[in-house]
Write a protein that binds this ligand. Sequence first.
Ligand code: ADQ
Length: 472
Amino acid sequence: MAKPRSTKSLSADLVVVANRLPVKRVENDNGDLEWRTSPGGLVASLAPAIAEFNGVAWLGWTGEDTTRTVAPFVLDGMQLVPVRLSEAERELHYEGMSNGTLWPLYHDKVQPGEFHRHWYEGYRSINRRFADAAAKVASEGAMVWVHDYQLQLVPDMLRELRPDLKIGFFLHIPFPSPELFSQLPWRRALTSGLLGADLVGFQSPSDANNFHRLAIGLGLATRTSRSGLDVDGRAVTVRSFPIGIDFQRYDEAANDHAVTEAAQDLRAQLGQPHTVMLGVDRLDYTKGIDVRLRAFKELLADELLHPSQVSMIQIAEPSRDQVDAYVSLRERVERLVGEINGDFGRVGYPVVHYIHRTRSFEELLAMYRAADVMLVTPFRDGMNLVAKEYVAARVDESGVLVLSEFAGAAHQLKDALLVNPYDIDGVKNAILRAVEMGPDEARRRMRAMRRLVKKNDAVSWAAGFLNTLRSI
Ligand code: ADQ
């Protein structure tokens, strides 16, 4: 890992603007703190593209309370430009407007959101700070790629400052129907914010279509084609770019001897012969963790599944645990886990193994490899990378994926068993089908999904977006 050094003059042909920088400050062997890039994720997908540009800069928050400005630095060939964000600013911009207003609204109001004018003001001022910073770093005619719901005002703000730039925006979460979006008091400002981009990208065609319809409905754009808009004489392209994962990294690591052994150990600990079901999610109310637990509980109560033949592992990554809705979800999930084990477990043999912690890449892989059935049941999800990670990790082409039809991944992974997470009986039937599926059918389905996840990987996603932006 390259040692960070300060940048002298900042000027980049590609500027990535995201809420977070892809780095963490960690202690090195000498006991000093140094920045390290997080493996995987957006950075990995951009790696091949970086070579094509004359300087790449990434703007974002460091993850630390920075009331003072941290100087830009170079790491792994990228200029990293920290944007300062105090605790109080984060409360308005991130916890408030982003996660208290936009997150629930964009996920079809699975939980009611809150609309507060002071949150919006905080959101706007932080978006302004990001736009100002991007305007300073971008070279003449550069491409700027803005990411996600925390920064929707940036494209238009940046266009005003720097009309020479090519601006792209990608939304990682779903985009709601115009009818739902129109509840937002700031609907025009946010829509105009996005229309400042030359290219607005979404996870699925239905998200893109929702935005296309909204912009026309609000009278902020006119239709030029199915994916084209005219905004005051300027062309804006609206398209879907389903995000992918680094297939090769998962595929290779899943074949690793240590991972294979860890998966075998895990299965041995659970008792044999046995069907292992798995859920891996951030502990978020959009992910439908409670749905699959309820379905599992009913299947055990109906004696359609037997506790000596099946067990479930649920890994729930701690997330946004300052927010009331997340606290009550955690209580609900943990009560259900307790009820299932209370009703159906034996001493030393719980039926649900629940882990509320972050797990390492290798540990997750071992679980993916150990699981016969993967349960991905969100009420709404932009894509859901876990579904794709499971497929990439199934190197022996076995295993069955049960997938919500309301995850973006369902547009691509048609060979999963698709379910409506609001229909408990439907989820129960799919789980039973998955448990009982013969190896030939499972292999045929998994093989087709692996081909798809491999072909549409993270690198091809980033290249697809950047090439489209370059060409318009
Ligand atoms: P998320 O809502 O965070 O992402 P997801 O796409 O499933 O959802 O990604 C979660 C990531 O966290 C996966 O890579 C997974 O392996 C990891 N993870 C989950 N639990 C973990 C644990 N306990 N320990 C360690 N790692 C864990 C948002 C959108 C999604 C969209 C992505 C990418 O909400 O819809 O797919 O961005 O665009």
